[in-house]
Design a protein around this ligand. Structure first.
Ligand code: SAM
Length: 234
């Protein structure tokens, strides 16, 4: 059975899709999609030998080698232009996901949906979407085993559409998530704010350099955005 985290990613992959799951590790996600969602084809990409072998093993033992092609390589270099219409990337930092997309831009022409699950720094993905004409069309936030995860879905479109009001707040917290105000969302940002307050306190005790002043200002700005976002009750 798939984790809640990967099941949330799977929700956004549709029947008949041709997908690439980058950083697939054990290939649980493409195996699940092949068995339960009726995808046409999947590439399971892995940059590391151990995970690559584990993906190969699982795909073989599930009898899914006709549908899933396991490939070794860095990011989107494992796919040919035009081969897939949906890319999933889960379980990595947002900066790494952003770099994989940036370095593989030339493979995105045929892709109409990105389903991304950053462990950290979803903001880097939202910023990349904005700069590259991908429209954020949906967001989810979930908690599993005491960890909080976000899932971002992008399609080609008007990248500013979700940010009609406060762009900075939307980029940091997620425009759909701010609107929804899930309990998990409120919990995540209350904890982040508390942590920033602690860091701010430590900086207050440190020598007052231009650098610490700048860091303090950054923290104040972020804390204001979070306060404002959490005031927006449903
Ligand atoms: N996607 C799976 C999931 O969400 O459960 C596995 C997540 S695992 C923590 C991250 C995987 O990404 C590792 O197996 C790692 O080898 C792979 N990875 C990291 N950087 C990569 C890159 N540039 N290209 C392909 N795979 C990469």
């Amino acid at each position: 059975k798939l984790s809640v985290r990967l099941a949330t990613v799977a929700k956004y992959v549709t029947e008949g899709a041709r997908i690439a799951d980058i950083g697939s590790d054990h290939a649980y996600l493409p195996c699940y999609l092949a068995k339960n969602v009726g995808i046409r084809f999947a590439v399971a990409g892995e940059v590391a030998v151990g995970p690559y072998q584990s993906a190969e093993r699982n795909v073989l033992s599930e009898g899914l080698s006709d549908i899933i092609s396991v490939r070794m390589g860095d990011g989107l270099e494992v796919i040919q232009p035009g081969e897939v219409d949906c890319i999933t990337i889960a379980g990595m930092g947002g900066t790494l996901i952003k770099n994989i997309l940036e370095n593989g831009k030339n493979k995105l022409d045929s892709v109409n949906r990105l389903v991304l699950q950053p462990n950290l720094s979803a903001i880097s993905i939202r910023k990349w979407f904005l700069a590259n004409n991908w429209e954020l069309v949906a967001e989810e936030i979930i908690e599993e085993d005491g960890k909080i995860y976000e899932v971002l879905i992008g399609e080609k479109g008007d990248p500013y559409k979700p940010y009609r009001t406060n762009v900075d707040m939307g980029l940091l917290l997620g425009p759909f998530l701010v609107k929804k105000q899930d309990a998990v969302f409120r919990k995540k940002w209350a904890a982040e704010k508390k942590n920033w307050q602690r860091i701010y306190g430590a900086l207050e005790g440190a020598a007052k350099t231009a650098e610490t002043n700048e860091k303090k200002q950054e923290l104040i700005n972020k804390m204001k955005l979070v306060e404002e976002a959490l005031e927006n009750e449903k």
